[in-house]
Design a protein around this ligand. Structure first.
Ligand code: C5P
Length: 286
């Protein structure tokens, strides 16, 4: 039995450059994996079987299941696998949980089936699974461009601590992108500056999120969570991805825990997580 920990991500900065001919949006983002993670257990079996206690994500459209089907097709594998997914990362929350689970399934099946597929081949399958999936084959801090498929590792930043807060609203990424006005498009320079900033490795830094205002407009009930976190960490709070999770960056664990305590009693899921950097060899593209 192989057990992996699919990590959540936050977008330290996310800009949208414009809309592409294929309907997707051209992005520039700095993405960071954090210590918050799910658990994925994988073992060889005659057929592909997925178990997950979350009924709503245990169907055939779960990215873990799709990763297994695509990998089998691509490499002509005749064996199956038993996959068990234990969720901790909130679902449809902007933390990339489903994408990370899918990427971990690719990594696990590559090992369990002895494929030795390598970064390039796994990235091809990851791209078919979803725009955020290729990043999770790298992990750590990365500059992500295109639809999400162009990933360049950045130097590890100093350990930062993040308060994560999520209201109980499920957000459809497709809905946010389809509601995004062209006035939210920018040239990516803020995000590229953050990626290149050498002080980023010494102090926690956050950039901008082009999707944030559209999230608040389409799902107005998500704004109060942002306001609450922003009051605790002015200038260091941002929505992650298409939301609704809001994160705030801190230099120490104590500060992040104190901010979390200040949110107690509010109807929010909250957690404190640190930046995560994979060990050499832990991930195929790291
Ligand atoms: O790639 P993925 O299936 O995760 O994307 C979900 C939806 O988000 C897409 O259907 C698309 O509407 C939108 N999207 C986009 N541009 C991106 C990534 C996602 O428009 N770069």
């Amino acid at each position: 039995m192989l057990t992996l920990s699919p990590h959540a991500k936050i977008n330290l900065s996310l800009e949208v450059l414009g809309k592409r001919r294929d309907g997707y949006h051209e992005l520039v983002s700095v993405m960071q994996t954090v210590t918050l993670s799910d658990e994925l257990r994988v073992e060889d079996a005659p057929d592909i079987e997925l178990t997950c206690r979350h009924a709503e994500i245990s169907g055939a459209d779960n990215l873990v299941f799709l990763a297994a089907r695509l990998t089998r097709q691509r490499f002509g594998v005749v064996r199956g696998a038993r996959l068990e997914l234990l969720k901790t990362i909130p679902v449809a929350a902007g933390l990339g949980g489903g994408s990370s689970d899918g990427a971990s399934a690719l990594v696990a099946l590559d090992r369990v089936w002895g494929l030795r597929a390598g970064c390039r081949a796994l990235s091809d399958i990851a791209e078919q699974l979803g725009s955020d999936v290729p990043f999770f084959l790298y992990g750590g801090t990365a500059l992500v461009e295109g639809r999400g498929e162009r990933v360049a590792r950045l130097p590890d930043s100093t350990r930062s601590w993040y308060l994560l807060a999520c209201p109980s609203v499920r957000v459809s990424t497709a809905r946010i992108f389809s509601s995004l006005p062209p006035s939210a498009w920018t040239d990516g320079s803020t995000t590229r500056r953050l990626a290149a900033d050498p002080t980023r490795t010494r102090q926690p830094a956050v950039g901008v999120n082009a999707l944030q205002e559209t999230l608040f407009r389409v799902f107005p009930e998500t704004r109060s969570c942002f306001d609450a976190v922003h009051r605790l960490a002015p200038g260091r709070a941002l929505v992650s991805g298409s939301g609704p999770t809001v994160f705030a960056a801190f230099s120490t664990c104590e500060e992040a825990l104190a901010a979390r305590r200040a949110l107690a009693g509010q109807p929010l899921w909250t957690a404190v997580a640190a930046s995560h950097h994979p060990e050499p060899g832990e991930l195929p593209c790291a």
